[in-house]
Design a protein around this ligand. Structure first.
Ligand SMILES: N[C@@H](CCC(=O)N[C@@H](CS)C(=O)NCC(=O)O)C(=O)O
Length: 221
């Protein structure tokens, strides 16, 4: 039997968090190896584990996968979270790419210099409320089903749920006008695998605080 996937990253959310969420949704146990120093990163680079000298890297099924989206797509395909045909897959990809555009802003926010933070926060709120959340609310309203695509859970629902939680941490009223998004978040959060992941003590990461940001700067400086 294949061993558990091993996630190589630092002890923070940033680009690895979506991978943690998706594995959790699929009910897959995973191990993590946290880089703590620049030497830890250099070691991975020198032994040829990082194709582009970057993390996230995930050891899974005998491969050392890099590039966040490639990793997510592999997990989604393997665990049936990627639609039933190429049309569903196209929708899942399209929705997920939109989510990634917003998520990039959210996940990089803690790493911005203080002078840029207010502007970025305003941008996140504006884009959430006026561009991305209305679009996904409209999808759910258009078909009246429980999940975004094909009436069953896909990676798009998992990414959106993660994004809703993380955006709400930055703006507690951001979901006020999106009842269907709130209902989706509740539905996904109540899946047994997600319930476990959302409980304290799971491998879910908290907001990347100043301490995390400082240690990350040392690793990548
Ligand atoms: N497109 C890549 C970007 C990966 C990336 O930028 N990783 C950062 C850490 S979050 C990194 O390794 N930076 C070091 C470098 O680029 O040399 C992905 O999505 O995985």
């Amino acid at each position: 039997m294949a061993g558990k996937p091993i996630l190589h990253y630092f002890d923070g959310r940033a680009r690895m968090e979506s991978i943690r969420w998706l594995l959790a949704a699929a009910g897959v146990e995973f191990e993590e190896k946290f880089m703590k120093t620049r030497e830890d990163l250099e070691k991975l680079r020198k032994d040829g584990s990082l194709m582009f000298q970057q993390v996230p890297m995930v050891e899974i099924d005998g491969m050392k996968l890099v590039q966040t989206r490639a990793i997510l797509n592999y997990i989604a395909a393997k665990y049936n979270l990627y639609g039933k045909d190429i049309k569903e897959r196209a929708l899942i990809d399209m929705y997920s790419e939109g989510m990634t555009d917003l998520n990039e802003m959210v996940l990089l926010y803690p790493y911005l210099p203080s002078r840029d933070k207010d502007g970025r926060l305003t941008q996140i709120k504006e884009k959430s409320r006026n561009r991305y959340f209305p679009a996904f609310e409209k999808v759910l309203k258009s078909h009246g089903q429980d999940y975004l695509v094909g009436n069953r859970l896909s990676k798009a629902d998992v990414h959106l749920t993660e994004l809703l939680y993380h955006t709400e941490e930055l703006d507690s009223t951001v979901l006020a006008n999106f009842p269907l998004l709130k209902a989706l978040r509740t539905r996904v959060s109540n899946l047994p695998t997600m319930k476990k992941f959302l409980q304290p003590g799971s491998q879910r990461k908290p907001f990347d605080d100043e301490k995390c940001v400082e240690s990350v700067k040392k690793i990548f400086s």
